[in-house]
Design a protein. Sequence first.
Length: 306
Amino acid sequence: MGNDDFSDEHTIVGDPSAIAAQITTAGARENAYVIVIAGPNVGEMYRLPPGEATVGRGSDASILLPDNEISRLHAKIINRGETVIVADNNSTNGTFVNGHQVRFHALQDGDKIQIGTTTILKFSYHDALEEKFQRQMLESALRDGLTGAFNKKYFSERLTGEVAFSQRHGTPVALMLFDIDHFKPVNDTHGHLAGDAVLATFAERVSTMIRREDVFARYGGEEFAVLSRGLDVASARSFAERIRQLIAEYEFGYEDIVIPITVSVGVAATPEVPVDQPNDLVSAADQALYAAKRNGRNRTEIYTVG
């Protein structure tokens, strides 16, 4: 389209008052934030409440960063309104601001806070309009546009962190891989818009079942993953079965067409799966998923060693 394609069009008379009010309201108050710009959970944005927020890999940290090189309660960020301070909490690997190690430091807009050796937070002030923009950018970077589930890149980052947490604390972590049965015929018979509707509805249904701390991601075309901290293999199998049954009983449709949908599930969990690398857990769940397909589909299988 050339630059002059709209040259003969009349300019539409608009009302600027609505957007002006939005800008005025948004700019009325700025809040302090940190955004993860490097390391696990990259892109996550945290508003700093008045008072004290803790930063660390421990489950009770206000800003939870699943990184082995971050102490359980690594640092504190103290929001005093006009002044925001970062204070190291006698961490193992230290806290740095703009490359300099600090014990106690008053932050300026744009400062980069290094927590441990690989995680970096950017400190900044944003009004409500800027916050909305930042969160939209975050959503587009971390989530699949069609289904709203996390994307594979984010899943891979969280998988690394969750496996490390499991190994460090001796607690189980479970991975469930879901593959929609006979999905290609849905596209071939009803068209890709119908297929997209099935994928979006599937993700919506699964999202109603998972826990807040679970990671639900689109892993491939019609393949999805749920990563669950603290679930042993028996609990994970029961969880996966409830989701499988929900999908089998739900009436999927597109326009006036009813589309029967089922899903096959592969489940793997530590410590039953010996995990040296995070992808060992994926490989085990994938083998269980293959068994579910081979044994008739619309079923849940667990990985067994040997």
